[in-house]
Ligand binder design. Structure first.
Ligand code: GLC
Length: 578
């Protein structure tokens, strides 16, 4: 054994912190793949992905072996925030196709055994929504204005915003209307928008708003969807009186408050939101099968998140605490334990997620110095650039660790190809409102939203029938195109496919979890047993020697051999038959 190797440790014993949970509903242990429609696949050659494009590539997901697909919004929208600004909740945006295209996509997905989850955006609508247009045309105090959060301003002539809240995309969270003759003494009113000024917040104390969204749920349930991802699920109810708050709001609260932001202000996580989800739970109960709601709720501590998945509320909530955890063995153990214990307490499955359309992809994030407070939601050309090789190695190790964990896991399109962010996008192609509202101080999220590479030798890397792509693809995407990875031993696609197959066969999603005693406090090694599989992640520099005779099921990278036996190199995860 070389001096730097870590000798083998028996992989027995340890504390079980999560009991096996052989739940019956599909979502309890499902692996759910996020499709970002504008960047998945383009059917008509306009450079923007669409529903026919998605349908044409569903075989990729079936081959990969996921259980469900979640689609980010494809509804009618001026696309000021890439579709998270909806003008018609019951209509497909012409850029993405038609309702018939949706039905065809849904039918094909179900034929392939894939469930379909759609995105619901209830915190705000687009300013082009007929309700907001009515509100603009109506007088202060009217029923039409009551559907949104209109208020008189403060100060002389109401010239100052009603409070000091800031938009999550930067700048003030209030915009003032143009003057009208019937304005009161405070002059033109202001409206609240936690996000872009084109995304006015709805008033969830208004009964019509509540009834409308219950109806929207039924509309899509009638069209056969299996569930909803609920956007900004922690934001719909604001503290009474809308008190000033001096904190800085942040969608992505970095680990240890890394980006200086918080989501603990009076606009978030108010107790009143839960009544909404209890009502929605009942709507889902009107339908057969196991339909589900998943909360996008950036709240902490985790015990607050668990309130969204109590028995009569939603079924799942994204585990962003896991996503923001640094590549550190102790911190990973802590977040896994806390996640399982907190969700077990309310009988909900834990979820796991490493990437989505709002954060820097984990292949890039983990390629930054782990001690630095890396930017969570965007890397630009002027920032320190990630180490691509290191990032991919760690990303594969992190994913293989994640896919062993009990509960449900979310994948973001392209991570199965090992895609990094585009970190050198020129400013003139950027589209994220966060870039514009912060005057470039934040580059925004475009870098994780690049059109997917399907075929290395085709124009636009096979994104669609033309060479158009709504954002440019970096040169590094060519070698990572899907057709370069299918059937190729050691490719990231085959790693994901292999892990998903084993996860299903070994029933890891329903397994109990035990921290392997010999590594329970190790600074550089995460070691756990789920069902009959032992998982080791080596985050340290020294290779970890595996016990003699260990039967390796899958590894995130090549293992090494020494006189002492097989060893697990740095930044690598292995699954071993337990
Ligand atoms: C959610 C979405 C994000 C969007 C925001 C406003 O956080 O994930 O993409 O910008 O809500 O709707």
């Amino acid at each position: 054994m070389t001096r730097t190797e870590r000798p083998a440790v028996p992989l027995t014993g340890g504390d079980q912190i999560h009991a096996p949970a052989p739940g019956t509903e599909w979502w309890r242990d499902a692996v759910i793949y996020q499709v970002y429609p504008r960047s998945f696949a383009d059917g008509n050659g306009d450079g923007m992905g669409d529903l026919p494009g998605i349908t044409s590539r569903l075989d990729h997901l079936a081959k990969l072996g996921v259980d469900a697909v979640w689609l980010s919004p494809f509804y009618r929208s001026p696309q000021k925030d890439a579709g998270y600004d909806v003008t018609d909740y019951r209509q497909v945006d012409p850029r993405f196709g038609t309702l018939d295209d949706f039905d065809a996509m849904r039918a094909r997905a179900h034929e392939l055994g894939l469930r379909v989850i759609v995105d619901l955006v209830p915190n705000h609508s687009s300013d082009q929504h007929v309700w907001f247009q009515e509100a603009l045309a109506a007088a202060p105090g009217s029923l039409a204005r009551d559907r949104y959060m209109f208020r008189d301003g403060k100060g002389a002539d109401g010239a100052e915003p009603p409070n000091n809240w800031q938009s999550i995309f930067g700048g003030p969270a209030w915009t003032r209307l143009a003057p009208r003759e019937d304005d009161g003494p405070a002059g033109p009113q202001w409206y609240l928008h936690l996000f872009d000024s084109s995304q006015p917040d709805l008033n969830w104390d208004n009964a019509e708003v509540r009834a409308e969204f219950e109806d929207v749920l039924r509309f899509w349930l009638d069209r056969g969807v299996d569930g909803f991802r609920v956007d900004v699920a922690h934001g719909m109810i604001k503290e009474t009186g809308l008190p000033d708050w001096d904190g800085k709001v942040a969608m992505v609260e970095g680990s240890d408050g890394a980006n200086g932001g918080s989501n603990e202000g009076p606009m978030f996580d108010q107790d009143g939101v839960h009544e909404i989800y209890r009502a929605w739970h009942k709507v889902l109960d009107e339908y057969d099968g196991d339909r589900c709601l998943v909360a996008e709720a950036w709240v902490s501590p985790m015990s607050r998140l668990a309130r969204y998945v109590r028995e009569d509320e939603m079924q799942q909530a994204f585990n962003f605490a896991f996503l923001v955890t640094k590549w550190n063995a102790g911190k990973l153990r802590d977040v896994v334990t806390e996640s399982l214990e907190t969700m077990d307490a309310v009988g909900a499955p834990t979820t796991w997620v490493l990437s989505n359309h709002d954060v820097v992809r984990h292949a890039s994030r983990l390629g930054l110095d782990e001690t630095a407070d890396g930017p969570m939601n965007g890397i630009g050309p002027a920032d320190v650039q990630p180490d691509a090789e290191l990032g991919l190695r760690r990303a594969r190790a992190a994913t293989l660790l994640m896919l062993s964990l009990p509960g449900s896991a979310y994948l973001y399109q392209g991570e199965e190809l090992g895609l990094p962010d585009h970190t050198t996008l020129p400013d003139d192609v950027r589209q994220d409102p966060a870039f514009f509202r912060t005057h470039g101080a934040e580059v925004g999220r475009d870098g994780c939203r690049i059109p997917l590479p399907w075929e290395a030798d085709r124009p636009g890397l096979g994104f669609g029938p033309s060479d158009a792509t709504w954002l440019p693809q970096p040169e590094s995407y060519r070698a990572l195109a899907a057709d370069q990875q299918y059937g190729v031993d050691g490719s990231t696609f085959e790693l994901y496919r292999g892990a998903l197959g084993l996860r299903r066969a070994e029933r890891l999603g329903q397994g109990g979890l035990t921290w392997v005693a010999g590594y329970a406090d190790a600074a550089d090694v995460v070691a756990l047993r789920v069902a009959d599989v032992i998982v080791l992640s080596n985050l340290g520099a020294a290779p970890v020697v595996l016990p003699e005779g260990a039967e390796v099921l899958i590894a995130s990278g090549p293992l090494t051999e020494s006189a002492e036996g097989i060893a697990l190199p740095t930044d690598t995860t292995v699954w071993i038959r337990g």
